[in-house]
Design a binder for this molecule. Structure first.
Ligand SMILES: *Cc1c(COP(=O)(O)O)cnc(C)c1O
Length: 400
């Protein structure tokens, strides 16, 4: 969403805008139906958690084919509550990837557990199952695979490792609500799966998240933890059958989703397949348009998987492209095209590097991707003109 802040100074060889208005990276597609539903919530006066949150929960639950789904105010909250509900805490180790948003690792840290990073495969940019196996110790309790960019991790291999070592799998599916791995639907594979509906994600509610699971006890616990630890019946105080006393049964958090948010999500779910289809078309256009450029393109899809097309990333290797990733981004910015970076690896951020002693060389593939990757717009909101502007810009920068 946010524009990168680049130096004010206009360079002599500044690239000229290809368009009048700035093309913001990650703009969501919001229709009249979403707007009307939010207005309906406002007029009804029912802003907080209520019938629309329940309806949205049910739509997502059915879409991913899970037994239970709990709507929350973020995916970060979902990751946190998944670990709390699974009983993780001090002394436990949780294996995840450095190529993720900081929230994945922060959630581990906030439970008191220790994050253990393992490197990615350079082609897929996903956590390497063999390295997971190598990192397991007697303290390991959980694995958090991240379906980066919407490409599903090898859930057959990861589930097998988890089964053999008695580990919990919590999928970070912030990018991957539509994804499938060999006939298995993300959201219905592991003990817990967490989705994000942040403003830039495939399905948006502004801020929002959800956890899916097939375990009724875990679902119950997450629901209770999400609302102060008040007993399940407390959710019924959001109905009109009169005042009910509530009981606090554990120290919980304030992570519930508002109907105002769910109002947007309900209509986003109506369009989920159409929006994926549109991103698939844009993806194919990009693959075709950039095939001859000296850049790295996303790896082909693994057979029998469904990629959810969240991020289209180019790998800018200065040795091949003649410019660095950051120079590429500056030029795109000068041409009025916003781009993003997903991500600078967790291990390269100062807090984690200092706290856990990570060096760039500890995760060579993640370090390489961190230096090279740039995401170009892929929103279903893009017009044909927008797509042409993007394709022109990428070609222009890399050919001059
Ligand atoms: C966006 C994101 C999150 C956090 O989602 P929120 O809903 O903003 O809390 C977690 N992990 C990944 C990989 C993400 O991209």
């Amino acid at each position: 969403m946010l524009k990168q802040s680049f130096p004010r100074k206009v360079e002599q060889n500044a690239f000229k805008p290809v368009r009048d208005n700035y093309l913001v990276f990650g703009a969501p597609l919001i229709g009249e139906a979403e707007i009307a539903e939010v207005v309906d919530s406002l007029r009804s006066g029912w802003l907080g958690t209520g019938p629309k949150a329940a309806k949205f929960e049910d739509m997502v639950r059915q879409y991913v084919g899970a037994g239970y789904a709990v709507a929350l105010n973020s995916c970060t909250a979902g990751l946190h509550l998944s670990m709390v509900a699974a009983g993780l805490g001090k002394g436990d180790e949780v294996i995840t990837t450095p190529m993720t948003f900081c929230a994945t690792v922060n959630a581990i840290i906030h439970t008191g557990a220790t994050p253990v990073l393992v490197d990615i495969d350079r082609e897929t940019q996903l956590i390497d199952p063999q390295l997971i196996e190598d990192a397991i110790t007697p303290r390991t309790r959980a694995i958090i695979p991240v379906h980066l960019c919407g490409r599903p991790c090898n859930m057959v291999a990861i589930s097998d490792i988890a089964r053999r070592h008695n580990l919990i799998v919590i999928e970070d599916a912030a990018h991957a609500i539509e994804a499938e791995y060999q006939g298995l639907k993300i959201g219905n594979i592991s003990q817990l799966t967490c989705f994000s509906f942040y403003a830039t994600k495939n399905v948006v509610t502004g801020e929002g998240g959800m956890v899916s699971t097939n375990d009724p006890d875990i679902a119950d616990k997450i629901k209770i933890l999400a609302l102060h630890g008040m007993s399940r019946d407390a959710w019924k105080r959001f109905s009109d059958d009169g005042y009910k006393h509530y009981q606090v049964v554990m120290p919980g958090f304030k992570y519930n989703m508002m109907d105002l948010q769910a109002a947007i999500g309900i209509h986003q779910m109506h369009n989920i397949d159409a929006n994926l289809k549109r991103r698939n078309e844009i993806w194919a256009r990009y693959n075709f348009a950039f095939a001859d450029l000296p850049v790295g393109l996303p790896a082909p899809d693994e057979p029998h998987t469904r990629h959810s097309r969240h991020l289209y990333t180019l790998m800018i290797d200065p040795a091949k492209c003649g410019i660095s990733r950051d120079e590429f981004m500056l030029k795109a910015h000068q041409m009025n095209i916003g781009t993003g970076v997903h991500y600078i690896g967790v291990h390269l951020h100062p807090y984690y590097a200092q706290q856990f002693g990570y060096q760039p060389i500890d995760f060579p593939n993640a370090t390489w991707v961190s230096q090279s990757t740039v995401s170009i717009p892929l929103s279903p909101k893009l017009s044909e003109d927008d797509i042409e502007d993007i394709i022109y810009t990428v070609n222009h920068i890399l050919r001059t």
